[in-house]
Ligand binder design. Structure first.
Ligand code: AMP
Length: 417
C-alpha cells in the first residue's frame, strides 16, 4: 500500500519551503511595523461560527467546508477562512468590550473542498490582517496602504487593486431588491447555479463566470446607486485618501465578495501571472460581524492574501543556504571530535554545520558535502586527531589548509559570507 497526500493538499519542503519562509518573514516584519500582533487560532472551530459568520447560503458554507461530527456528536469545521475564528477569539477574550483599536494578523492553513487546479487547492495558506475598533475611512485606506507596502517588499510588481463599496446592511438589502427586480424576467438566460442564487445569494451573480450570466449582468444596475449618503461619502473619502497617498486602484462597480459579512469598502488584488484564478487576495469592511457573532458593535476591516498564489506570482528561485560547513570524519575518535567541535561552531557562528558520521570513504563524504551545497568542509582523520589539527577545505577552489583545533572557529569566520 502506497499512501499519498489527500487530493488538493500538498507537502511543501526544501528547497521551495525557503520561498515560503522568506514570504512569512517579510510579512511578519511589515505587519509588525504597522502595529499588528500575531494571533494563532485553532484549525477546528464550531461549525456554527462559519454558518453564522460567512453566511448559510454562500458557496463556502453550502459546498466547500470540511465539516464532521466529533466523538461527542458536535459539529466541527476545519476553518475555511481566518476572519470568523478571529472574531470568535476577539469576543471570547473580551476585546470588544475594551473598545480600543486592535490590529491582528495571522499566517496559516485554510481548508475548502474546491476542485483543485492551478492556484486553487483544498488546503491552502493565507496571510491575513484584521483591524478592530475603527469605522474610519482612514483605517480602510491604511490597511490597503499596508498591503501595497507588503506586496512591494515581497518584490511583486504588476498587482492591480480593485475597489468597490457594498454599503451598510440596509444598502445591501436595497441593492439586492434592485438586482432581483432587474433579473425577474431574465431567469431563462442564467446558469442553473444563478437561478437559485437570485433568491439566496444574488450578489454572487455579479461575479458568475458563465457566458449567459456575464451577458445579463453587463447591464445590471450598479451598487453605487443604492448607497446611502454616509456610505457614499465614506467611500469617496477612502478613494481620496488613496489618491493622495499615490496608491493606484481601479473602481470596479461589480466587485462583490463571496462571503456575506462584508459591508462598505471591499477590495481585491489581482495579478496577471495567475491566469483564471487571478485573485491574489481580497478583503473589506465587516462592521456587523462582531455583533452578529455575539459581541458588541465594532467597526472592523481585514484582508487575506493567498500564499500559494503569491508563490506563483513571485516566481522566485529558492535561494540555496549560504553558509554550510560539512565535517567529514574517519574513525571513532574523529567522529566524537566532530560532534564536539560542531557544537562549538554552531554556538559561535550562525551557520549550518553538518557532521558526516557514516562509515564512508573520504571521497564519498566529499560528494555528500557537494550535494549539500557546502562551501567549506572540515576533514578530521586519525592523523588530525594525533596532531591536534583539522584540515579546512574550500569546496569551490578545493584548496586545503591545516589549522590548529583551537583556531578553527576564527579560521571559518574569515571564510564565510
Ligand atoms: P477569500 O477568503 O475567498 O476572500 O480568498 C482570499 C484569497 O485566498 C484569494 O484571493 C486567494 O489568493 C486565496 N484562496 C482562496 N481560496 C483558495 C483556494 N482554494 N486555493 C488557493 N488559494 C485560495
Amino acid at each position: 500500500m502506497k499512501y499519498q497526500a489527500i487530493k488538493g493538499m500538498s507537502d511543501i519542503f526544501y528547497p521551495e519551503v525557503a520561498v515560503w519562509q522568506e514570504i512569512e518573514g517579510i510579512a511578519r516584519k511589515c505587519l509588525s511595523s504597522y502595529g499588528y500582533k500575531e494571533i494563532r487560532t485553532p484549525a477546528l472551530e464550531d461549525t456554527a461560527i462559519f454558518v453564522r459568520g460567512i453566511g448559510d447560503t454562500t458557496d463556502i458554507v453550502t459546498k466547500e467546508m470540511y465539516t464532521f461530527k466529533d466523538r461527542k456528536d458536535r459539529s466541527l469545521t476545519l476553518r475555511p477562512e481566518g476572519t470568523a475564528p478571529i472574531v470568535r477569539a476577539y469576543i471570547e477574550h473580551g476585546f470588544d468590550r475594551a473598545g480600543s483599536e486592535l490590529k491582528l494578523f495571522y499566517i496559516g492553513p485554510m481548508f475548502r473542498s474546491e476542485r483543485p487546479q492551478k492556484g486553487r487547492s483544498r488546503q491552502f495558506h493565507q496571510i491575513g490582517a484584521e483591524v478592530f475598533g475603527s469605522a474610519s475611512a482612514y483605517s480602510d485606506a491604511e490597511i490597503i496602504i499596508q498591503l501595497d507596502d507588503m506586496l512591494k517588499l515581497f518584490g511583486l510588481s504588476g498587482c492591480v487593486f480593485k475597489l468597490n463599496s457594498l454599503g451598510c446592511k440596509k444598502d445591501k438589502e436595497t441593492f439586492a431588491a434592485v438586482l432581483r427586480d432587474y433579473l425577474k424576467d431574465k431567469k431563462a438566460n442564467l446558469c442553473d447555479d444563478c437561478k437559485t442564487r437570485i433568491d439566496k445569494n444574488v450578489f454572487r451573480m455579479l461575479d458568475c463566470k458563465s457566458e449567459g450570466c456575464i451577458k445579463v449582468m453587463r447591464d445590471a444596475p450598479s451598487v453605487a446607486a443604492s448607497l446611502c449618503s454616509p456610505c457614499a461619502s465614506h467611500f469617496d473619502k477612502v478613494k481620496k485618501i488613496l489618491n493622495k497617498m499615490n496608491i493606484s486602484f481601479k473602481e470596479e462597480k461589480n466587485l462583490v465578495r463571496g462571503l456575506d459579512y462584508y459591508t462598505g469598502t471591499v477590495f481585491e488584488i489581482s495579478h496577471p501571472s495567475l491566469g483564471a484564478q487571478d485573485a491574489l487576495g481580497a478583503g473589506g469592511r465587516y462592521n456587523n460581524l462582531v455583533h452578529d457573532l455575539g459581541g458588541s458593535d465594532t467597526g472592523a476591516i481585514g484582508y487575506a492574501l493567498g500564499m500559494e498564489r503569491l508563490v506563483i506570482a513571485l516566481n522566485k528561485k529558492p535561494q540555496s543556504e549560504k553558509n554550510v560547513l560539512y565535517i567529514a570524519t574517519m574513525g571513532d575518535d574523529a567522529k566524537l571530535e566532530a560532534l564536539k567541535i560542531s557544537q562549538e561552531i554552531r554556538k559561535a557562528l550562525s551557520i549550518t554545520v553538518l557532521t558526516d558520521i557514516k562509515e564512508a570513504s573520504l571521497k564519498s563524504q566529499m560528494r555528500s558535502a557537494d550535494k549539500n551545497e557546502a562551501s567549506l568542509a572540515l576533514i578530521i582523520g586519525e592523523d588530525e586527531i594525533k596532531l591536534g589539527t583539522i584540515t579546512l577545505r574550500d569546496m569551490a577552489t578545493k584548496e586545503q589548509v591545516s589549522v590548529g583545533m583551537s583556531d578553527i572557529v576564527s579560521e571559518i569566520k574569515k571564510r564565510i559570507k
